[in-house]
Design a protein around this ligand. Structure first.
Ligand SMILES: [Zn+2]
Length: 268
């Protein structure tokens, strides 16, 4: 087979017949197709035209191979350059944000197996009980002059989800207002160290006859890690109980687990 090289786009068209007049790739007319050539070479044949104006198969194949190799080299070069740019950008960001950037990259998500409620257990506090995928154990809590505090904690970074429960008995008042207790509790959360961009929406939840306030919101941890939380606040007499579940911001499984925990809560 012989080929005609296009002077416009430099692509090759196979000289399959005497009627090849236009480039197969860009549609431009060849400067000297066979019909024009024949007008000047009255004795000429198509075979003579092909040998005079065409590119033989071997040369065509060699050229294609060379082009392919060049394209491949370019792609390799581009990949290498992209890799370098990403590396430089990351190390520049790393220098700027310090270890917190890497914490964000490594912040684990909640595994899907945690959604299987058959593996959940009941946790019973003094005021509230709930179903949980992680066991809760007593955590450090500081009493305040007018308040006795008990805290429990389960999970953490490794699990992608943390559950905290805090029960506070107000020594000075026999009755707490739910709305006020919830607003105060959210305020305390937002003032914890390392927390910024704190925002939430509140809803009420009926815990089999007892009203609770369910806050769902987000914050940023140490300026970088986007986090989400569900926070349930209920009161009983002069006591306030808070259930807090936190997980990574873009984690849908974490979101579902958190909601299941919230909905399982009951006052004792
Ligand atoms: Zn062309």
């Amino acid at each position: 087979m012989y080929y005609l090289k296009c002077s416009q786009c430099a692509e090759y068209s196979a000289l399959r017949s005497e009627y090849i007049t236009f480039c197969e790739h860009c549609g431009k007319k060849f400067p000297l197709p066979y019909s024009d050539w024949k007008a000047k070479h009255l004795q000429g044949t198509f075979e003579m035209f092909r040998q005079e104006a065409g590119v033989p198969e071997a040369r065509y194949t060699a050229e294609m191979r060379k082009r392919h190799q060049r394209r491949f080299d370019l792609r390799k070069k581009a990949a290498l350059i992209t890799g370098f740019v990403v590396l430089i950008a990351c190390s520049a960001l790393g220098a700027y944000y310090g270890p917190s950037l890497f914490r964000m990259f490594r912040e684990p998500a909640v595994p899907a197996t945690m959604l299987n409620v058959q593996n959940w257990r009941t946790f019973r506090g003094n005021l509230m009980r709930l179903q949980t995928p992680l066991s809760l154990s007593p955590a450090a809590a500081t009493d305040q002059p007018n308040m006795r505090v008990k805290a429990f904690k389960g999970g953490g970074r490794a699990e992608g989800l943390e559950i905290r429960m805090q029960e506070a008995v107000y020594l000075s008042s026999a009755h707490m207002d739910l709305q006020r207790a919830a607003t105060e509790a959210a305020g305390e959360l937002s003032r914890l160290s390392g927390i910024s961009d704190f925002s939430y929406k509140a809803d009420t939840l009926n815990l089999e006859g007892e009203l609770a306030i369910w806050q769902h919101g987000s914050y940023r941890y140490q300026q970088s890690v986007p986090m989400e939380f569900d926070h349930l606040v209920a009161v009983k007499g002069g006591s306030r109980v808070q259930l807090l579940v936190t997980h990574r911001g873009d984690d849908d499984t974490g979101r579902q687990v958190a909601k299941k925990i919230m909905r399982s809560a009951r006052l004792n």
